[in-house]
Ligand binder design. Structure first.
Ligand code: FE2
Length: 187
């Protein structure tokens, strides 16, 4: 399937997902409904085919954008290796995660400082969940959108649905052990 065909075949998903957020607001009720939509998408072998997954195999942590909705929401396919966790980072958006394959340790962090010291940040982890294939999790909008992820035993493959394009603006990358933060383009 070409990327244009993929984008148009995702149209019903994006309309339904954006409709849930418009009707219910970006909260647990809408996110649970989006989780159901992601579950149905993941069952469609033409959308999540092996060639698309294979394209991510070469990277340590890889992600590819599958499409955008009419209001700018974004669907990403991600692969999270078991060797090391992702850096702690934000997305400038809320997000709903659906695990397709493997298991994922998903950690939510909160920032304690007020951001007034350039390059410095104080964080602590507030939640750690081990997600199985078929499970859904979400992270809130800014400033609650700070997280890290790691495959458990093997790489975890996930659909992640964002309210806004997570690559449109630079993200924050944190080093909680050293108390550092850096803004850079999404990786
Ligand atoms: Fe992320």
């Amino acid at each position: 399937m070409s990327s244009m065909e993929l984008e148009s075949s995702l149209g019903p998903f994006f309309r339904a997902a954006e409709g849930l957020v418009a009707d219910l607001g970006p909260g647990p009720q809408a996110f649970a409904g989006i989780g159901d939509l992601l579950h149905r998408l993941a069952a469609d072998a033409t959308l999540i085919d092996d060639s698309r997954l294979a394209a991510l195999h070469g990277s340590r942590a890889g992600a590819t954008i599958l499409g955008h909705g009419p209001n700018g929401s974004t669907l990403m396919l991600g692969r999270f290796p078991a060797e090391a966790p992702t850096p702690v980072h934000n997305h400038n958006s809320w997000g709903v995660i659906y695990v397709i394959r493997g298991r994922d340790r998903h950690v939510l962090w909160t920032r304690e400082d007020d951001g007034s010291q350039p390059g410095r940040a104080r964080l602590h982890a507030i939640e750690s969940r081990d997600l199985e294939a078929g499970q859904v999790a979400w992270f809130p909008a800014v400033p609650g959108d700070i997280h890290s992820q790691q495959g458990l035993g093997e790489a975890a493959w996930e659909l992640v649905y964002f309210g806004r394009d997570p690559n449109a603006a630079p993200r924050l990358y944190f080093d909680p052990d050293r108390g550092l933060v850096e803004e850079r383009a999404a990786i």
